[in-house]
Design a protein around this ligand. Sequence first.
Ligand SMILES: Nc1nc2c(c(=O)[nH]1)N[C@H]1C(S)=C(S)[C@@H](COP(=O)(O)O)O[C@H]1N2
Ligand SMILES: [Mo]
Length: 349
Amino acid sequence: MAEGISLEELQLAARNHGMPLEALRYPVTPVGLHYLLTHYDVPEVDAASWSLGVHAERELSLGLDELRARPRVELTVTMECAGNGRARLDPRPVSQPWLLEAVGTARWAGTPLRPLLEEAGVGEGVVEILFTGVDRGAEGGDEQAFQRALPVEEALRDEVLLAYEMNGAPLPPQHGFPLRLVVPGWYGMTNVKWLTEIEVLREPFSGYQQSWSYRIRQHEDEEGEPLSRMLPRSLLVPPGIPEFLTRERLVPAGEILVQGRAWSGLAPVASVEVSADGGSSWAPAELETEDGPWAWRGWSFRWQAEPGSWVLCSRARDEAGNEQPLEPAWNLGGYANNSVQRVPATVTG
Ligand SMILES: Nc1nc2c(c(=O)[nH]1)N[C@H]1C(S)=C(S)[C@@H](COP(=O)(O)O)O[C@H]1N2
Ligand SMILES: [Mo]
């Protein structure tokens, strides 16, 4: 039997909240319901004295007004923490103990990164672009700023944004005010909040969040594979009403419209299937129209709920043929557990 959640994990969980699954109803997650993950503290940033430094062939420094005066792009983007699903692994990797709710979709507005990098001149031999946040903390025994690098060809993709607005308002403090990176399709850690420096690198970045964290590996002495794009996942709005403590569902018998959303950072969602018997038998759900290539896709399923005990599940497959597994694959950091959601429900006659 897995060990209980420690007070240290609870301390992280109380700071970094998830999106309640009933908020899957909204195609764009209201800001306060979007999940939140901050490794250190939410920093205090004074927009008037803040600037973005770009260190490439040329050195640029831009204030918020200068960034806002550049071409503006809006994108609906689903973001999921790479640790989503971690708390279900056994043994449980000790970190933020997400169950399933570390996801949200926002309407991000900002200016594309690529023209700015081109103006600064990326130069020969550059392999990665490094992004540094204002926030600092200690992790793995070292004091550091939150930093992540992207391969240069990924950083130059058209959809990568320097975002200053979320859902039509300036970024709130907890989501990265005044500026954050948004890399559609990639797991959450890529989207550096409170962004203040961008730097070209001729060697791969070896900082903590790159060479130690966010890698799939079985042992500490293994280099492992870096995490990048979100694996396919589908979640459903738990139907009926919850029992307070267990959150198991009580559902009246009859036709129930089960609704959910599905996404994959690897390819468009191709199909979603639903099971009411814990994954023994599956039937196709109906897909809604999509809101661009980077947003989750709504789906629905008409369930003829008969009295008894059921376990509702849904699973997504993407156009590249990636499908959610029924059982999780364990790794040291507890990343990318996209195994299917299980929602126990009692149907009453
Ligand atoms: N500067 C900075 N950026 C950060 C983080 C952080 O702690 N500091 N957390 C990352 C992680 S792990 C995730 S999952 C996302 C969460 O974004 P959100 O809190 O806006 O949902 O931000 C990423 N960007
Ligand atoms: Mo994350």
